[in-house]
Write a protein that binds this ligand. Sequence first.
Ligand SMILES: Cc1cc2nc3c(=O)[nH]c(=O)nc-3n(C[C@H](O)[C@H](O)[C@H](O)COP(=O)(O)OP(=O)(O)OC[C@H]3O[C@@H](n4cnc5c(N)ncnc54)[C@H](O)[C@@H]3O)c2cc1C
Length: 400
Amino acid sequence: MKIACVGGGPASLYFSILMKRMSPSEDITVYERDPVGSTYGWGVTYSDRLLGNLYSADQESACAIAESSASWNRWDHHREDVAMTTRPGHAGYGISRRRLLSILAQRARVLGVRIQYEREITDEGELAEADLIVAGDGVNSALRNRHADHFGTQVTAGRNVYLWLGTTRVFEFFTFAFKETVHGWIWCYGYPYDPRHSTCVVECSPETWKGLGFDRGTEADTLARLEKIFAGMLDGHPLMGRGDGEGGAHWLNFRMVDNRTWYRDNVVLIGDAAHTTHYSIGAGTGLALGDAATLVNALLEDPRLPSALAAYEKEAKAALRTARLAGRRSARWYENIRRYTGLPPEQMFKLHRARYSLLLPYVPPRLYYWAGRVNEKSLARATGWVSGKVARARETFTPQ
Ligand SMILES: Cc1cc2nc3c(=O)[nH]c(=O)nc-3n(C[C@H](O)[C@H](O)[C@H](O)COP(=O)(O)OP(=O)(O)OC[C@H]3O[C@@H](n4cnc5c(N)ncnc54)[C@H](O)[C@@H]3O)c2cc1C
């Protein structure tokens, strides 16, 4: 079979690795529009559960990923001078996005996959010879957008704005900092991804963003202001943006992508092209890799393309459900942060850790907190019972 993968992100590259590994005779080419080594984003997090799955799927790339990752087993919350630590009993990992892509591309090449960089594909007609076209071209997928009616694409923008940054401050643990300004709350979370860098994601409401003047000025101005606001967390280290500092900072609204169906003829969507989950649960890359594995299994199990793609869509959608719910609830917690900022810091931190709960948005926060203190296990069980999802969510993704 001749397979064309559009996009050189984690979804496409991992698909090409697993497919070539299981079926070496396939002729696979990955087309990436950007030059080699140029990617957006800093480090991404993943869970120990995902690492276990990667080892089962392809030991070579899993070993390289593990060796290039930073890890932590503690989550720290800060609000002004108050701090709280939690140890949920599982490890978290961070890896540079650039390093991850380089590991996957190298492994794909060793297995015989061709990778063409600086080759943009916006129309499947350019790949007329391919038997299968895997559209792993990300959140703005051109292949999906051309047939948005067929795919039933829905894109919903989140209310808050965020900025994905790096820093030379190497956090020891996953660290959250909440800050109150005269224009409202702004918060940041950071985690290490190599021995010299960490990721920082900053978020606030549009009102705070405008009030603090982030809608104007250069990226350098923005970084300088953020370094002041989060001085305690950064401990004198600079923040790093995407550009040269002269243009504006790359503030964005999260876009939630949904598709009614994930394939059309021989074109199939995977990763962010098919779905997105809110960045605050740190699951998008893992889900993209999971889609790749599910698609490979479906193709190997059924030689008829239409039914194999239908099976893939069904299974991958089911695997996604719980993470999506968690992502929606997490985004909602941050969009309604004022519901929680009136609480003493320790209570707010606890309810931040509980942000995947179905009940939390409907129960007065103080009552939720005290009920949880009286019997945390029963409350968690009740929440799981009512939603019917929480227990299963823990099976498929590990909350940050
Ligand atoms: C702020 C933020 C923080 C995040 N943090 C995490 C995290 O901690 N953990 C986590 O698991 N996930 C995280 N994510 C999500 C994660 O980045 C994505 O879910 C993941 O990268 C999806 O992989 P993908 O391969 O589907 O798409 P992408 O990684 O977007 O790759 C798509 C590739 O396709 C290429 N491309 C696009 N169009 C074309 C075209 N027409 N022709 C050829 N090539 C094309 C692009 O250049 C790109 O290389 C975060 C996202 C954001 C926004």
